[in-house]
Design a protein around this ligand. Structure first.
Ligand SMILES: [Zn+2]
Length: 557
């Protein structure tokens, strides 16, 4: 069997490099992967929206599968000392409806229809469960990329008082369009380029709201993705002082809306966009321009769940090797042209969820590791990485002795590839571990091909990394090894263009799991070697995540 042979070679290579003993090679099963994905993305799972009847179904399925694999419940502790399969995750839920919004400059007005010219929402709790939010004639200020980065000597706000104003902001960061500037790592997106950062920073500035100008290339996705994500209910973890972290209105507008608005305010959007690439950029008031918006806000608290499964280690059970993948997807949304409203989320992320179940089965079938293995199926990733943010804020196993781990989000279902791509390469010594394991498979490591998309900040390893836990995020890269190559490329591209975060992200009987399986072998061999060693992965010098790890250094021996 090709897979077991190559994996045996891989494990030997990893074992030699880490000094660990050789391990029994697991076999990851394509039919099992396919079966899990088919079930989890079935219409009866309703797109796995959080806190819907589909959540209970999904949690039950995952708990049963972890149990069948041989893992123990690893979630919240009960009064009798035993653990549940789940960690309760309390979220605030916000539903915006009846949006009426428009721009005005003098006599010129432009109505903004929800989903068409604008998507507007909020994550700022109101005084009551049902409230009416009104923003009337609010002045607008263009703040470029809306970034304060002291370590890069960058400040787009230049001390301007932005309290109560609406900020018009560009997506991504200042050198996306002109990488040679190298002010924000060239074309690679920094965290400053993410929409999450734009809203957080606007709240710190005391702004009333934000209009992010959507453009496909710097956002790395189209308007359909924006619309589908933001016309759904919004969620947030409970916060001590919400107004410190959240603005009254969070919105995106279409690029041509910005063009018209700036033109009527006597400004040139493209020229100002170029000006925003400089440290000397000054925020620009859109003189005479205002935005008015009102909407109804219905809010409630909901209970969602991470599913947590654990295989205790033999000699160091208090130390944890982590594997994660989000179980949630978008749920039921607006129907597409075929009338399909169920966002099945087969690739995103039933595929990673299936991989996690297969990893659990492989670990439980093999000799027990010295350190514990914890698998977490996170909730609310699609709502803003909230299950992982909740876990990072309320860890069930101490983060200081969480060795590190792998997150999986959207597996390769199109076949074996020549390479593995390390997302966010350069952050930690997982780079070298992945290289060793991948080369033992006869593949190579290639640099993150889409650093401008900021994928390292877009899935569940990120809240853990921000707390200092070295987390790796790697996936199939390079080109396909098996014919028909062109058809495999076409299928992958079609997913990106037509299925990602749309109703058509559906399971196919034609998928080829050999590429995902090779990736799982890499995650397994590295995690296995770590779980049988006294080794602690390290952040590289200069990583923005190293300082958070250093604080707890004395707890790792
Ligand atoms: Zn995902």
């Amino acid at each position: 069997m090709r897979l077991s042979l190559s994996l045996a070679a891989l494990l030997t290579a990893t074992a030699l490099s880490s000094g660990a003993i050789a391990q029994t090679a697991p076999t990851f099963d394509a039919a099992r992967l396919s079966g899990h994905i088919r079930i989890l993305s079935d219409d009866s799972f309703e797109g796995r929206g959080i806190a819907t009847p589909a959540e209970a179904r999904t949690v039950q399925y995952l708990s049963e599968q972890y149990a069948a694999a041989g893992f123990e419940p690893g979630g919240d502790r009960q009064p009798d000392g035993s653990r549940l399969w789940t960690q309760g995750v309390t979220l605030n839920r916000f539903v915006v409806s009846g949006l009426q919004a428009g721009l005005r400059v003098g006599d010129w007005t432009l109505p903004l229809e929800q989903g068409q010219q604008i998507v507007a929402s909020t994550r700022l709790p109101g005084q009551t469960d049902a409230s009416h939010v009104m923003l009337k004639d609010i002045p607008l200020v263009f703040v470029g990329y809306g970034i304060t980065a002291p370590e890069r000597n960058w400040n787009d706000f230049k001390g301007m008082d932005l309290k109560g104003k609406i900020l018009v902001v560009l997506i991504n960061d200042a050198d996306f369009e002109e990488p040679s500037l190298e002010t924000f790592n060239g074309r690679a997106m920094t965290y400053y380029g993410r929409w999450t950062y734009k809203y957080e920073e606007a709240a710190r500035q005391g702004a009333a709201g934000v209009l992010i100008v959507h453009e496909d290339a710097p956002a790395s996705y189209g308007w359909a993705t924006v619309r589908n994500s933001w016309t759904q209910p919004q969620f947030d973890i409970e916060r001590a002082d919400p107004s410190r972290d959240r603005v009254t209105m969070e919105a995106w507008i279409q690029h041509d809306v910005a063009d018209q608005l700036f033109q009527h305010a006597g400004l040139d959007f493209e020229a100002l966009k170029r000006a925003a690439r400089s440290r000397d950029f000054q925020p620009v008031e859109l003189t005479g321009a205002t935005l008015s918006a009102m909407f109804d806000l219905e809010q409630s608290t909901i209970q969602s769940h991470n599913v947590v499964a654990r295989l205790p280690g033999t000699t160091h059970p208090d130390e944890t090797v982590l594997y994660t993948a989000h179980w949630d997807h978008i749920g039921i949304g607006a129907a597409d042209t075929n009338g399909d409203a169920i966002f099945n989320g087969a690739v995103d992320n039933a595929s990673g969820t299936a991989g996690l179940l297969e990893l659990a089965r492989a670990y439980a079938a093999a000799p027990r590791t010295q350190r514990s293995i914890v698998a977490i199926s996170f909730t609310a990733e699609e709502s803003g990485l909230l299950g992982s943010e909740y876990y990072a804020a309320n860890p069930l196993y101490p983060l200081a002795t969480t060795v590190g781990g792998f997150n999986m989000d959207s597996a390769n279902v199109y076949g074996r590839t020549t390479a593995m791509s390390v997302i966010g390469a350069g952050q930690s010594d997982f780079d070298e571990r992945v290289t060793t394991a991948v080369e033992a498979q006869g593949r190579v490591v290639e640099p993150d091909a889409n650093t401008q998309a900021g994928y390292y900040f877009r899935s569940d390893h990120f809240p853990l990394a921000r707390k200092g836990v070295p987390m790796a995020y790697a996936e199939s890269g390079g080109t396909f090894r098996d014919e028909p190559v062109a058809a495999r490329i076409a299928a992958r591209d079609e997913y990106t263009d037509r299925r990602y975060h749309q109703a058509d992200d559906e399971w196919s009987p034609d998928w080829d799991y050999s590429g995902q399986i090779e990736d799982l072998e890499v995650y397994y061999s590295i995690g296995r070697a770590l779980a049988d060693s006294r080794d602690w992965p390290q952040w590289k010098p200069g990583s923005e995540f190293g300082p958070a790890r250093a604080i707890s250094a004395d707890q790792r021996r």
